[in-house]
Ligand binder design. Sequence first.
Ligand SMILES: Cc1ncc(C[n+]2csc(CCOP(=O)(O)OP(=O)(O)O)c2C)c(N)n1
Length: 335
Amino acid sequence: MKEQPATDSRIPPRSRALDLLRQMIRIRRFEEKAAELYSAGKIRGFLHLYIGEEAIAVGAMQALRPEDAIVATYREHGHALARGTPMGPLMAELYGKANGCSRGRGGSMHFFDASRRFYGGLAIVGGGLAIAVGLALADQLRKRPSVTACFFGEGAVAEGAFHESMNLAALWKLPVLFICENNLYAMGTALVRSESMTDIAAKAAAYGIPGEAVDGMDVLAVEAAAKRATERVRAGGGPSLLECKTYRFRAHSMYDPELYRSKTEVEEWKTHGPIVSFEGRMREWKCLTSEDLSAIEAAVRAEIDEAVAFAERGEWEPLEELTKDVYTANVNSET
Ligand SMILES: Cc1ncc(C[n+]2csc(CCOP(=O)(O)OP(=O)(O)O)c2C)c(N)n1
């Protein structure tokens, strides 16, 4: 199929649209495989799936450059994949193997890839915001032209760390893009049950930070909004906030019986999920065929098979190395 003629500026060229779709499918299938491996006992500990929210990581990442820094939460598989960390070390990290991106010490919640300025994978709600502010301060002091993108859930806005980070970032005009992934529930708590004011962009405004809300199910809308916001940040305008309205299709984690929301609500959101809706639009634009989809699915399947094989052949970390890189005084002392 030929490139789409540039008649409508809102329609991306076919190759770009295919790439965005491929990236979202890649994240979706990786996580479906992770869920399967978890049930098979290959992956242990916590596992929080991003299924339903893929458009945010993929869309936002389009606005970021290699020199930019990224901080994410424990629901970060999609961000690491969209950033370009190879799938093998990520799968091995889920397995807890030494060839994992964090030597198997972090697991699902602690993906890390310093070579791509991907600084977590962090388990503490709101904790990433303060780290992002620190990274941005370091970049500013060293006069590096970088933006730090900080992804967090709407549950984090209830944390003091959110308000302290907003305040300092605005006060010091730090180059941070705060990206709130508002999937409406913090574990089992609906946003309306924990916040007296649910407009997250308005909370940023209270600190003088420009904010924008966007449909987080629409990869192109997220990309466009992230580009607008990063441009402002890069131009020295200080921090910006993007609230991406989204939904997670799976439970909070593998242990959640989901008693706080109805199945009908979940099914309704799935009908306009980020992948299915983008596929539909691509078909309308006549830039997606069934063969294209089969080719994407086959390539992703092969990549996942290889990543699983990489994880399977990985070694466990030797016991003697257990305390290596553990930063505490006297860890080996007798006292
Ligand atoms: C400081 C802190 N408090 C509580 C928890 C337990 N906890 C883990 S996830 C979570 C909900 C967070 O929801 P949200 O920020 O909306 O992110 P989502 O899981 O929806 O992506 C909570 C309360 C934690 N990890 N850290």
